[in-house]
Design a protein around this ligand. Structure first.
Ligand code: ZN
Length: 298
């Protein structure tokens, strides 16, 4: 598979984004599949941090070809050793690991304990054609942590922090000196994707905790490519996510509200350019409403 729309940018010195999708008419495959539905249709980025011969890979790509592209880009810069980090266990973030390991064998794969549990539990399912395309073989984490893990890359200090936002196993990466946050799927532009509506209260509490990191540049995996390429979002993206999650949580008590559009719910945030409209998220919103009303399984 070639990747005609892969855009590699450098949002910050030594931080690279590998962004694909959000291109009208561009699909991985004409059949229904998770690569297009969750990933390329909305646009998705993986990230690497490079310092000298060392690199950190934050998510391995949405397809094997994306993993190969990331590995080749790192190799081209003279990188010899890498560590892989999984932002969370969802398929569109971990599908390129085997191809990266083919270029950088025996690299550690770091994830929090919940990500490791989900991947271990779901390994045979993820490797099967029940969820086409299968991820074969699925590479499980080799090192786990909980709470916070501090890492060093050259002169850079990095922190991994666990959150329950979007999924109960989010690991965000925070660079305290530069206050840059690689947010995984904890925030998206314009709205979050809800899989676990039973945890709305935890999501809201943890979004407040995410805000308290005081990041000034936020790089989400699903966002607008030009914003990511030029350094990322500010904390208003977290506020917009809070507004939206609070609205979804309140739906159970206000069942007359499901007809509200994203534009109405986030009107102020659109006016202030905290988030921007992207048509495919109308479907995400409809699906989130179903989840919030208990009409859709996770
Ligand atoms: Zn996800």
């Amino acid at each position: 598979m070639t990747l005609p729309h892969l855009r590699i940018s450098q949002p910050h010195n030594g931080i690279f984004a590998y962004y694909d999708g959000r291109v009208a008419g561009y699909r991985f495959d004409p059949r229904p599949n998770w690569v297009d539905e969750g990933g390329l249709g909305l646009g998705i980025a993986s990230f690497t941090l490079v310092e000298g011969k060392e690199a950190i890979v934050y998510d391995t790509g949405t397809t094997p070809a994306h993993g190969t592209a990331i590995a080749e880009h790192l190799k081209g810069q003279g990188v010899e050793r890498i560590r892989i980090i999984y932002s969370h266990w969802h398929k569109d973030h971990i599908a390129g690991t085997a191809q990266i390991l083919a270029v950088f064998p025996d690299s550690p794969i770091i994830a929090n304990i919940r990500t490791a549990e989900h991947l271990t539990t779901n390994k045979s399912d993820l490797e099967s054609t029940r969820r086409w395309p299968p991820i074969t073989p699925l590479a499980l984490p080799t090192e786990t942590f909980d709470g916070t893990l501090k890492l060093t890359l050259g002169t850079r200090e990095l922190e991994l922090h666990c959150f329950n936002i979007h999924s109960d196993d989010a690991s965000v990466m925070f660079l305290p000196a530069e206050r840059i946050l690689l947010a995984g799927d904890t925030v998206e532009d314009p709205i979050t994707y809800v899989n676990e509506p039973q945890d709305f209260a935890k999501h809201i509490a943890d979004l407040q905790r995410l805000k308290s990191l005081n990041a000034i540049k936020i790089l989400p995996c699903h966002g607008a490519d030009p914003v990511i390429a030029s350094g990322g979002y500010d904390t208003n993206l977290i506020d917009a996510t809070l507004t939206y999650t609070n609205w979804l949580q309140s739906l159970a008590n206000t069942p007359e509200n499901p007809t509200q559009s994203i534009q109405e719910i986030l009107a102020d945030h659109f006016t202030e350019n905290h988030v921007a409209w992207f048509e495919p998220y109308a479907e995400v919103h409809a699906s989130n409403v179903q989840a919030a009303l208990g009409l859709r399984d996770g």
